[in-house]
Ligand binder design. Structure first.
Ligand SMILES: NC(=O)c1ccc[n+]([C@@H]2O[C@H](COP(=O)([O-])OP(=O)(O)OC[C@H]3O[C@@H](n4cnc5c(N)ncnc54)[C@H](OP(=O)(O)O)[C@@H]3O)[C@@H](O)[C@H]2O)c1
Length: 315
């Protein structure tokens, strides 16, 4: 009887200690990076290399990263799909940031050919001193469905766009960063990578790849002086998410400004305090959070359908 009581006490003790640890860690992850820490000098972390490369940089989060890094004095290499949009983002940046250079590469990341990567991107990157790489480009389904109903081509594109550029561009940039013993690589994952919402199976699985890729690289390059950050945004108001700005769904400019301040402070984080608070809730049991996320997704789909029907009627 006494032995049984002792075992129960020990289990209760470990359980309480574990819960205490999780709560303290959650609070620390909210308070330290977003309220206490001073932003690091990115030029120093980049080893004084002058170029920043941002993928998917003509809209949403990527465009705002490019702007923010330009404001900090980095030359910017924009890589995205549409040349006209690249030209107009370049013009916008140069209008505000006079003393930097901006170059563009139009590349459709559905193209998985390594030869094309080498000819169109890597050959250019290798000639520049790149201090920062932001692997931002990503694709999510415009109409999330269970896998048996999902558009197969779109699923294939999500896998290719979300996993290949991050892999190839990181491989291409590492040699010069290793040589310099410095550099910053920011890989944009998603809060969805922690959930098992069936309609997001392909998207969230592709983002799990990024999480594991970053963890493994951080392990391998721990002594290299290279900063490798994983970002897990929740909703940001962009074309991809189709959500309006709200307390928790930030404007991409506000999001990028906040996230950039965490470089060199948090190796994996959500990027802003609002999402970090949500992440603490996400650490609740998986089934509960998946149920909650699924209901939110269904509600969003109904609203989008109503908006589409309304727009069709008005035409
Ligand atoms: N928004 C969110 O709520 C949210 C949440 C979690 C994670 N994320 C992640 O954050 C990243 C950025 O998302 P976002 O919401 O800012 O997206 P977005 O507003 O849709 O912007 C996507 C950018 O990527 C470019 N792009 C798209 N497909 C491309 C392709 N095939 N080849 C080359 N460029 C392409 C787009 O260029 P075009 O303008 O030419 O299309 C655009 O510049 C993604 O990795 C996403 O998974 C976003």
């Amino acid at each position: 009887m006494v032995c049984c009581q002792n075992t129960l006490n020990t289990v209760a003790y470990f359980t309480l200690t574990y819960i205490g640890y999780r709560i303290s860690r959650g609070i620390y992850n909210i308070v330290y990076p977003y309220l206490l820490a001073s932003p690091r000098n990115l030029h120093k972390l980049a080893g004084e290399a002058t170029w920043a490369v941002v993928t998917g940089s003509t809209d949403g989060i990527g465009k705002e990263y490019a702007f923010e890094l330009a404001r900090k004095g980095f030359n910017i290499l924009l890589i995205s799909r549409t040349q006209t949009k690249l030209d107009s983002v370049k013009e916008e940046i140069l209008k505000e940031c006079k003393n930097i250079e901006v170059e563009t590469i139009a590349y459709n990341f559905t193209n998985a050919s390594l030869d094309d990567y080498k000819n169109k991107i890597i050959s250019i990157i290798e000639k520049k001193d790149v201090g920062i790489l932001v692997n931002n480009v990503g694709l999510a389904s415009s109409n999330p469905e269970m896998l048996h109903k999902a558009d197969m081509q779109e699923s294939a594109d999500i896998v290719v766009i979300n996993m290949l550029p991050v892999t190839i561009l990181t491989s291409a940039i590492l040699p010069q960063m290793v040589k310099r013993n410095s550099g910053i690589i920011v890989n944009i994952s998603s809060g969805a990578s922690h959930l098992t919402v069936p309609q997001l199976a392909v998207y969230s699985s592709s983002k799990v790849y990024i999480n594991h890729f970053c963890n493994t690289l951080r392990n391998g390059y721990a002594k290299s002086g290279i900063t490798i950050q994983t970002l897990y945004p929740a909703y940001v108001s962009t074309n991809l998410s189709q959500v309006k700005v709200s307390l928790f769904a930030l404007h991409p400019k506000a999001y990028a400004q906040s996230a950039i301040k965490t470089i060199g402070i948090s190796e994996d984080t959500t990027g802003c305090i609002q999402h970090q608070i949500q992440a603490v809730v996400y650490s609740l049991p998986q089934q509960f959070m998946t149920y909650f996320a699924q209901k939110t997704l269904e509600k969003k789909q109904i609203l989008l359908k109503l908006e589409r029907e309304k727009a069709e009627k008005e035409q």
